[in-house]
Design a protein around this ligand. Sequence first.
Ligand code: ASP
Length: 346
Amino acid sequence: MSDRRKFVKLSLLGSAAVLGTGSLLAAPRKEQDFEDVLYAPVKDNPIVISTWDFGKEANTAAWEILGKNGKALDAVEAGVKVPEADPKNQSIGLGGRPDRDGKVTLDACIMDEKYNCGSVMCLEHIVHAISVARAVMERTPHVILAGDGALQFALANGFKKENLLTEKSEKEWKEWLKKSKYEPQINIENAGYHKDPMPGGKDNHDTIGMLAIDANGDLSGACTTSGMAYKIHGRVGDSPVIGAGLYVDNEVGAATSSGVGEEVIRIAGSHLVVELMRRGLSPEDACKKAVERILKFNPAKAKEVQVGFLAINKKGEYGAYALQKDFSYAVKSGKEEKIYTSKSIY
Ligand code: ASP
């Protein structure tokens, strides 16, 4: 335990307390015996991890910054901008699959080592939603901007208006419309690897969530997506929701998610994973516990959808867990560059 400090929290409710309503707690509360585990940081040993196989390329861009002792915040922004700008990636940024009305709407958020965070929801026409989220964080007193307000803010801050709907995504959407009953197809993005394959195949869906530790030992994270294909216009998933799609606590670690966002939001997934690491769980065990919570509250649904969590602790240990198989993630550090596949319930 030499590399981590343990703190035992004592309950402040040591004696009987009178509540505002006049009710009296029957017996004095005992000392709480849970522990917060605050890890010693990994200094001089930067690392970046991100969701899915396409995370590998994104990690390379992040490493350009991390490897030169740059800040984790700059690294995660630069990293996720790679799939955002790639028209072949149909689940993030340019070329993302549209909603059922044919509009590409982006969700993104970013969080640094000081609990600073910024988010955009349902943003249209701007390729780098992550940079708009960062601008929200750094240039406004707010955390979230949504819809047209987010677009107006982006334009006022020098971002370029572009058409994000590529020919390929438009063609596929028109195909989908033929059979569509205008119901949200909540599992459509996961279909690529455990149901009917979608055009584009397994590597062409889902969100990028990226977590990094820099040479100073500080953590940051970024998460960006075009969300579930053919969603109802205005739908927001977990990815831009701080605590759901992403959470960073510089004393403990960070977590991110991919999969059906509705299931992640319900359990405040990424925050839950970080809090479980705070209690001493390894990143993989913390991710597993969060996945099991989804399974517990709705086992029938859990069989049908994909949710995967990816986490890193302050020591630089990382891990992941998913409901369905084939949730992959990419790792880059001074020691390794690798793509792993997480364990899963099914
Ligand atoms: N989590 C994203 C959403 O619900 C989609 C995904 O990662 O597949 O919008």
